[in-house]
Design a protein around this ligand. Structure first.
Ligand code: ARG
Ligand code: GLU
Length: 744
């Protein structure tokens, strides 16, 4: 898992910043050395002056003094309390991987445009192209339901370490695991209140601590409004991960509940949910050095990895995946350019592939700039000195670092096989996803319960309909050929013989004919009929379909050869990392350390501030509508703004949202955030909503592994721009009536 985390991934101190800026004006070489030295000095020690860190809301009493020194005017209890309504009651998990916040007493929830993207796209067609034109429900009746979309409120979090560890002290490793699993199950079940709550126990500090999280999940979440992509995704993938930024990345939903304000399946009779707490919206704006806090669900960070892990990410894993995605994006871009329908069908897929692809590139550059591997090695030298100062430490932690050396050496090639499989097969061409879906039919046996069979069939029919809505055969065929040619580059020893044989010719047309030409998976009517009429006899036909056959062979071969070895090494790395983390916590026992992000609720705090990306260049902390107009270009898809916005700009019709005659759009701040923090509320010293977090700056994307206070900035959308777009551009000002706007 740990390497998965490293791969999925996505540090600091206030006083360091002026030093770096100062030194960078000396020679490049010297400044490089100084950067390394600063990184060495502050790595792991950095947590004393915020910016770096994603803190546990229930334990903020350790941070609150510092937060208040930085300007925060409220208390730890105002942020998180189990006894009365607090900010945490207004922050939600939006969908599967984003954050959202309640902004009205009638269930309005705000998140990013890119977090609502799937929902918006789902309601879009050539006739109703909400992606392009935007969507605003003119009344509650027009709000659009989104099956599958949920919003989760955290009821409470609790340290359950002692309960998880109960009865394990004298046991061997394997027995420990099963007892801990049983303890966790028991804790989760007893907290669920007979299924009313969603409960999960998660490890912190690699299993040195455990927390229970109890959620209430609402399943009737309706789309209220979204700006056109030319605002919500302004700058598109070109500006993504970059500052200065001008993206109006927001969308608005409403949570519905039953008459008792409890979660309920979608029903016309449901009524708007009344949250315990919602954020007031500040229209007062932000100034340089203002205190800011981001409250949300950061997904994954890996700040405590050894040097070898960082090296693996930086020199192999990121580059491998970047190269494969280069090819995927090329293919999609060509197809989307040529056909409007394909553009709509593949918009979300393209954005997903492009997002990590671009982030990994920034990450590699950032890690190189920080000399991350050397910085880690230097920390490891300190760790070794600390170990060597006491025999009991030597006994306990003496083998940790040498063990990492061996394990990471061993896992390198398996990581490559895994990355390739993931990028070209598991997340390869669409037809493989279809193959995976219909393979579920094989679960049906003569003994199967008729109801279960019906349920499975109707689920598959629905998934098939959805699948074909966003499927273009010509695009998928190109993807298939390209990705199979890439997968074939792996060493023969990790590839199935049938696949090697299939790839023996360089003739793409022949390859396609052998696989796609004779498959039923590319034909919606055929596959729907097949599912409808499926009986046991159909199994043979399934197994004979060339696409299903190829996919199944590759999946099975991977599961039998690469996966077990990879997983075994990964498990060893994880258990070694647990011991290493225990050592680090002991060595730094006088410091307040934060656990790596694990998609649980965290608080980051910092300041509104720009930065100096390179010599001679200084970035301001805010952007305005003037910058949008500078970029506006009807010829370029990513920069072609709605005419309405041009007209409002020309008339300087900014309502009461402007500052000094222009419209603020985004601002940069030094809060430690990561993927999952999208849509998170950015609040000011008084706990009022000033922004919506949606991205990080290019120069700071390595913050998932190593934070640099001089370069790492989160990017937020200014709430004044959000209100301006809703009110003036969309003409949906009636929504503002349910909000609490703070003007002065
Ligand atoms: N980079 C942001 C995040 O990681 C925004 C992604 C969506 N936007 C895009 N242009 N693909 O999620
Ligand atoms: N856009 C990211 C998300 O979807 C947030 C940016 C980041 O990774 O910091 O969560």
């Amino acid at each position: 898992m740990i390497v998965i985390r490293v791969l999925l991934v996505l540090f600091s101190s206030l006083f360091l910043c002026p030093f770096i800026i100062y030194f960078e004006t000396i020679t490049r070489d010297m400044s490089r050395r100084i950067l390394v030295i600063s990184a060495l000095l502050f790595l792991f020690v950095a947590n004393v002056t915020a910016r770096e860190g994603m803190w546990i809301p229930a334990l903020l009493n350790r941070n609150i003094d510092e937060m208040q020194q930085m300007g925060f005017q409220l208390t730890a209890d105002d942020i998180y309390s189990v006894n009365h309504a607090s900010m945490k009651d207004a922050v939600v998990i939006f969908g599967r991987g984003c954050t959202g916040e309640m902004i009205s007493g009638e269930g309005l929830v705000l998140t990013n445009h890119h977090c609502g993207y799937d929902a918006i796209q789902d309601h879009s067609s050539l006739e109703h192209d909400y992606l392009t034109d935007g969507f605003w429900a003119r009344s509650r009746d027009e709000e659009l339901p989104n099956p599958g979309l949920t919003v989760k409120f955290l009821d409470r979090m609790e340290d359950v370490t002692d309960r998880v560890m109960k009865g394990i002290s004298a046991l061997g490793e394997s027995k420990r695991d099963s007892i801990m699993k049983a303890n966790i199950k028991e804790i989760e079940t007893s907290a669920s209140d007979s299924g009313r709550f969603n409960t999960v126990v998660k490890p912190l500090f690699y299993g040195n601590q455990y927390f229970l999280y109890v959620y209430l999940e609402y399943t009737d979440v309706r789309l209220v409004g979204a700006p056109p992509s030319s605002i919500g995704k302004f700058g598109g993938d070109t500006d993504n991960w970059m500052w200065p930024r001008h993206t109006g990345d927001f969308s608005v939903f409403r949570v519905y509940a039953d008459k008792d304000n409890q979660p309920a399946k979608y029903s016309k009779d449901n009524i708007p949910f009344k949250p315990k707490k919602f954020f007031p919206v500040s229209l007062k704006g932000v100034k340089a050095n203002d205190f800011t806090m981001v409250f949300g669900y950061p997904g994954t960070t890996t700040q405590y990895l050894p040097s070898q892990a960082v090296d693996l990410v930086m020199t192999q894993s990121d580059p491998d995946r970047i190269a494969i995605r280069d090819r995927k994006l090329q293919i999609l871009a060509n197809q989307m350019e040529a056909d409007r329908k394909v553009r709509i069908q593949y918009a979300a897929k393209y954005a997903n592939i492009s997002n990590s692809w671009k982030k990994w590139q920034g990450e590699v550059l950032g890690l190189k700039r920080l000399n991350a591997v050397e910085a880690k090695k230097s920390f490891e030298a300190d760790f070794t000195n600390w170990i060597n100062a006491a025999p009991d430490r030597q006994e306990k932690y003496g083998k940790v670092l040498p063990e990492f050396e061996k394990l990471y050496e061993a896992i390198r090639s398996w990581t490559r096989a895994r990355d390739y499989y993931s990028e070209t097969v598991r997340n390869g061409c669409d037809a493989f996803k279809m193959a995976d879906m219909v393979n579920h039919l094989q679960l049906i046996s003569p003994k199967s319960d008729a109801k279960m069979v019906e349920k499975l069939k109707s689920k598959l029919i629905e998934e098939t309909e959805n699948y074909f809505k966003d499927y273009d055969r010509a695009t998928d065929e190109k993807m298939f050929v390209a990705l199979m040619r890439i997968y074939r580059k792996l060493d023969r020893s990790v590839l199935p013989a049938d696949f090697i044989k299939l790839m023996d010719s360089n003739d793409d047309a022949k390859l396609l004919d052998r696989v796609y030409g004779k498959s039923m998976l590319c034909n919606k009517e055929k596959i729907l009929a097949f599912i409808n009429n499926f009986s046991q006899k159909g199994t043979t036909q399934l197994q004979k379909d060339p696409l299903i056959k190829l996919y199944s062979v590759m999946k099975k071969h991977y599961a039998e050869t690469v996966e077990p070895i990879y997983n075994e090494l990964d498990a060893k790395i994880l258990s070694n990392q647990k011991l290493y983390m225990e050592g680090i916590l002991a060595m730094k026992s006088d410091k307040n350390l934060y656990p790596d992000a694990n998609f649980t609720l965290r608080v980051s705090y910092g300041k509104v501030e720009g930065y100096q990306p390179r010599d001679g260049v200084r970035y301001d902390y805010f952007t305005t509508l003037d910058g949008i107009m500078e970029k506006d270009n009807p010829e370029i898809y990513d920069y072609n703004i709605p005419q309405k916005l041009r007209d409002l700009y020309a008339a300087k019709d900014f309502g009461s949202y402007a500052e000094n005659g222009t419209m603020p759009v985004c601002f940069a701040a030094s809060n430690h955030t990561t993927g999952g923090n999208s849509g998170s509320p950015v609040v000011n010293a008084r706990g009022e909503l000033i922004g919506i977090n949606f991205d990080r700056c290019w120069e700071g994307t390595m913050s998932d592994l190593m934070f640099d206070p001089s370069q790492c900035r989160n990017i937020a959308l200014d709430m004044r721009y959000v209100m301006f777009v809703i009110d003036k551009v969309a003409g949906a000002g009636y929504l503002l009536d349910e909000m609490q706007l703070i003007r002065n």
